[in-house]
Design a protein around this ligand. Structure first.
Ligand code: AMP
Ligand code: MN
Ligand code: MN
Length: 319
């Protein structure tokens, strides 16, 4: 029998005709895949659905029906859902005119439980994996398209099953999603292998100024870099995954300059370390092995402050 919370969520879904789903700014595969996987489930159940990402669909155009994702919500709705987001600010300002979310589905350790119902499972590798477990008990079924979206979320957040939180149950879920029609090879290629020339050129800007000290490796990406190579995103194009492969370092960081005197910081840590707390202290959040924050200040100042604090953290955690 489904848990009590699942029954209540199912009841809320049944009584809602218009459903709005949102996820975080600078979407990753888990944000886009969870949003779309759940949204397509609702559409199949006869609901009117809005799927909203403030920064648009970005590189996740390869997901089925991704053209349904919009940057702004419109009009009244009966139910608001936020997926893969630990705090309401990470959604951006798009939900400003709406009530508190009815449902939050997330796997971040730092989740503020800001919904009426909160399905927050930090032990799960991706929000998409949580949805795989719960959607049937909410009265929703899987199609090959939904399976593709959910498997993309899992592949994205585990960097292709490489993170240390991947246990055999994750592989079983992935296998079940493949049986439901998801094409793992294609997802892997689209999500993790293919890069545009501009992205690779942009990586180059960051790689020429890579630095290393005291167990950390870091670099930065500037607004000028993006202009120079013509990269339209405001993220790191996953360069942090390259930095976290540096053998000598225990924590990798990347500083991405943003407009209006802000810097996006990403931390990646070796198994056994936990960078979620430091990200949370800087106003962000995340997981033990991967966390981020948006910090006010100019690039050099933010870099200096964050590196000092991260070195301290590494010393403490290595004691
Ligand atoms: P990123 O470094 O952006 O790839 O994110 C790593 C992890 O930290 C992801 O699970 C993000 O959802 C989370 N994260 C990144 N930035 C923030 C932020 N500003 N606030 C809360 N969580 C964040
Ligand atoms: Mn995410
Ligand atoms: Mn996620």
């Amino acid at each position: 029998m489904a848990k009590e919370i699942d029954q209540k969520i199912k009841g809320k879904i049944e009584s809602s005709e218009r459903i709005l789903i949102a996820s975080h700014v600078r979407p990753d595969a888990d944000a886009a895949g969870s949003l779309l996987g759940l949204g397509l489930g609702f559409i199949d159940a006869g609901k009117k659905v809005q799927m909203v990402l403030k920064d648009g669909v970005g590189k996740f155009r390869y997901l089925p029906k991704s053209d349904l994702i919009t940057p702004l919500p419109k009009g009244p709705v009966d139910m608001v859902i936020v997926v893969d987001c630990s705090d309401p600010n990470r959604v951006g300002d798009i939900l400003d005119g709406y009530d508190k979310p009815d449902l939050v589905v997330d796997h971040h350790k730092t989740n503020l439980e800001f919904g009426t119902f909160n399905v927050v499972e930090p032990e799960q590798v991706a929000t998409a994996a949580i949805l795989f477990d719960h959607m049937p008990s909410w009265g929703l079924s899987f199609t090959p398209e939904i399976a593709t979206c959910l498997l993309s979320g899992i592949v994205g957040d585990t960097i292709g099953f490489r993170t240390s939180n991947v246990k055999s149950d994750v592989m079983r879920k992935a296998a079940a999603l493949m049986d439901l029609g998801a094409d793992l090879g294609n997802i892997y290629r689209e999500e993790l292998i293919l890069k545009s020339f501009k992205e690779v050129h942009y990586w180059g800007c960051g790689l020429v100024r890579v630095e290393r000290a005291d167990g950390l490796v870091w670099t930065s990406l500037t607004l000028a870099d993006r202009e120079k190579v013509g990269y339209a995103g405001n993220d790191d194009a996953d360069l942090v995954n390259v930095l976290s492969s540096v053998k000598e370092a225990e924590i990798a960081l990347i500083f991405i300059e943003q407009p209006q005197n802000e810097v996006k910081v990403s931390w990646r840590a070796r198994p056994g370390l936990d960078v979620s707390g430091i990200a949370f202290e800087f106003g962000g959040g995340g997981h033990a092995a991967a966390a981020g924050a948006d910090i006010s200040g100019n690039l050099e100042d933010v870099k200096q402050r964050v590196i000092i604090e991260t070195k301290k953290l590494l010393e403490q955690q290595n004691q």
